[in-house]
Design a protein around this ligand. Structure first.
Ligand code: GTP
Length: 598
């Protein structure tokens, strides 16, 4: 039957180990595209979609493979997002598969991120096929890397394919192993529909396009469906697959991986991980593993031009259609006026959203320093979650504060274990354990406050290990910490958007660093501006911006009007990214600088 000839799989790999290149080879081997269409990096390419004027991510393709045994197999290749911010989404993409190709660079070997993805694959009971890639490289050492796959990951690597996605060596062997090792889907075609949502995106013409893997039953055009987590019901307008050309079908059945549309207005109604079932003939139980995604990091976003507040609200609304993890609500800052407090999955997610707002909607923004969510226990016993440092209650009302921790697994060559531990220690890390992986490499495991690794931890790790260490982390609950709110005062006025939460022991150093940095960043004004860092009423650090001495226009001898105008225009240009905070002009970077000082 058709179901027996289906193979659903993903490719998991560390960045740059060759995932996209191998995907290209597989597309080629199945002749999914003509040579002319076969551009490099197809799975990543957005151009292809633009040419056709539709927005379908090439994140799941159906390929027909004519195998040497004479059979035609149906391969579904499912793409996974690569970054740690999106590990839940990676996990759901993997749940749509029965197997995974694990691509490891024959020169670089196994890295921490590789391990993290393998664990996600194992949790989802996937059959893993190791592929040692880039064997054409002069410094490739496939035997060593095979051994690493066995020792570090615990997989049998005796059948690992030695491949070069660049030259095409090994592709046929990979195709054969996909057929032989990855099981066909097992679902029941007669059971009520259960389809796993593993991705979705918003398309201006069709509404939300929902990517599903059919686990049980059949999904037909015209069916009434229900989202099990939200209870929302819809009528299916279209189902189909991408080959990677878009092909609509009458139905998708067990094992199929494709899309549906149903006039759905927002991706919030089609959460990743949710189960689609029939509205009339519903499944008793949803598929396991659905988890609501909660933001981990918050920051305030304010338009530099206050007149653009409504544009910002509209832009966030548009982004939200396409981004189920983005949250926002209006907030006001004394310093910055009207804006929004926004919640993100992590810093990468935050950067992406900010960049889209600036680029696609042309809104110049001030972003306040990102903050994690603190759990505050008041003296009266009540608790509160605080994601905005300026809203931290006064100390006398606080019984205790807890902050989120991560458990970080750092893989490093033995020579750098000392450097890694020193870095973790400096970031308030709590040592957990150490595992020797093989003769050369060690796993160092630390619990670290999320707020300490948010900014430059990865960079510091790379620079203190000459780029050799890699790391992965997962959320690991909350712990009580001795934290205080530090306020920043400009010209004796507290600037709420500059408040930060710091560990008490670091407060003095941090305060001094921040006032010095702000002194550098804030241009001289017509008057002297004191900058102070304070905890409660107590000032712990101070610097002063001297007053501007000369009038800039004095240089123009009063005569040359056009020159004068040019100078004024230039000043205006320079001011664009400034925000008047009370009586002081503050540049955009200043708001992030309090965060980057950590
Ligand atoms: P991300 O998309 O960043 O996650 O990377 P990726 O894992 O998809 O890797 P990609 O396929 O983009 O390959 C990374 C680099 O390695 C590219 O410059 C490829 O040309 C190169 N590369 C991939 N496979 C091979 C190979 O077998 N041999 C050699 N020499 N280079 C390869």
């Amino acid at each position: 039957s058709r179901q027996e000839r289906i193979r659903n799989f993903s490719i998991i790999a560390h960045i740059d180990h060759g995932k996209s290149t191998l995907a290209d080879r597989i597309l080629e081997a199945t002749q999914a595209l003509t040579e002319r269409e076969m551009k490099a990096q197809t799975l990543d390419a957005m151009d292809l979609e633009r040419e056709r004027g539709i927005t379908i991510k090439l994140n799941a393709v159906e390929l027909n493979y004519h195998a040497p045994d004479g059979e035609t197999y149906i391969f579904h290749l499912i793409d996974t997002p690569g970054h740690v911010d999106f590990s839940y989404e990676v996990s759901r993409s993997l749940a749509a598969c029965e197997g995974a190709l694990l691509v490891v660079d024959a020169a670089q070997g196994v890295e921490a991120q590789t391990l993290a993805n393998v664990y996600l694959a194992l949790e989802n009971d996937l059959e893993i096929i190791p592929v040692i890639n880039k064997i054409d490289l002069p410094n490739a050492d496939p035997d060593r890397v095979k051994q690493e796959v066995e020792d570090d990951i615990g997989l049998d690597a005796s059948d690992a394919v030695l491949a070069s996605a660049k030259t095409g060596i090994g592709t046929d062997a990979i195709m054969q192993q996909i057929i032989d090792k990855i099981p066909a889907p097992k679902g029941d075609p007669e059971a009520p529909l259960r389809a796993l949502i593993f991705d979705s995106l918003y398309d201006a013409y069709r509404g939300v396009v929902v990517y599903v893997r059919i686990i049980d039953g059949t999904l037909r055009v015209g069916d009434k469906i229900k989202m099990m987590a939200t209870g929302k019901e819809f009528e299916v307008l279209e189902v189909g697959v991408s080959t990677p050309k878009i092909e609509t079908r009458d139905a998708l059945s067990v094992g199929d991986v494709g899309f549906l549309t149903a006039s759905i207005k927002s991706v919030h109604e089609t959460r990743v991980g949710d189960t689609v079932t029939g509205a009339e003939r519903s499944a008793a139980e949803p598929l396991p593993g659905y988890r609501r995604m909660n933001p981990m990091v918050y920051c305030g976003l304010y338009p530099i031009d206050t007149a653009r507040y409504n544009d910002l609200r509209e832009a966030l609304g548009r982004l939200e259609l396409n981004d189920a993890a983005l949250q926002y609500e209006p907030e006001t800052s004394e310093a910055l006026g009207f804006g929004f407090r926004c919640g993100f999955l992590g810093l990468l997610h935050m950067d992406i959203v900010q960049e889209r707002l600036e680029r696609e909607f042309n809104i110049d923004l001030i972003a306040t320093a990102p903050s994690v969510i603190y759990k505050v226990v008041h003296t009266d016993g009540t608790t509160e979650e605080v994601g905005n440092p300026s809203e931290m209650p006064e100390r006398k009302f606080i019984e205790s504060i807890e902050e989120p921790y991560v458990r970080a697994t750092i893989m490093t060559p033995n020579d750098y274990v000392g450097a890694v531990m020193e870095l973790c220690q400096r970031k308030r890390g709590e040592f957990q354990t150490m595992e020797y992986l093989d003769a050369n490499r060690t796993h160092v495991i630390y619990d670290l406050p999320l707020s300490e690794i948010m900014y430059d931890f990865f960079d510091s790790l790379k620079s203190s290990t000459k780029g050799y260490a890699s790391m992965d982390y997962e959320m690991h609950g909350y712990k009580m910490s001795d934290l205080v709110k530090m306020d920043i005062l400009l010209n004796a006025e507290k600037v709420d958007a500059l408040s930060v939460i710091v560990h008490k022991e670091f407060a003095y150093d941090r305060g001094r660093a921040i006032v010095e940095k702000l002194k550098e960043l804030i241009p001289r004004q017509q008057f002297e501006v004191p900058i102070q860092a304070a905890i409660g009423q107590k000032v712990i650090a101070r610097s002063t911006i001297k007053a501007l001495r000369k009038n800039v226009l004095a240089k123009c001898y009063g005569g040359d009007v056009s020159r004068k105008r040019k100078l004024l225009e230039k000043q205006k240009e320079g001011k664009k990214r400034m925000k008047a905070v009370g009586s002081v002009e503050v540049p955009q970077e200043a708001f992030m600088s309090v965060f980057k000082m950590s």
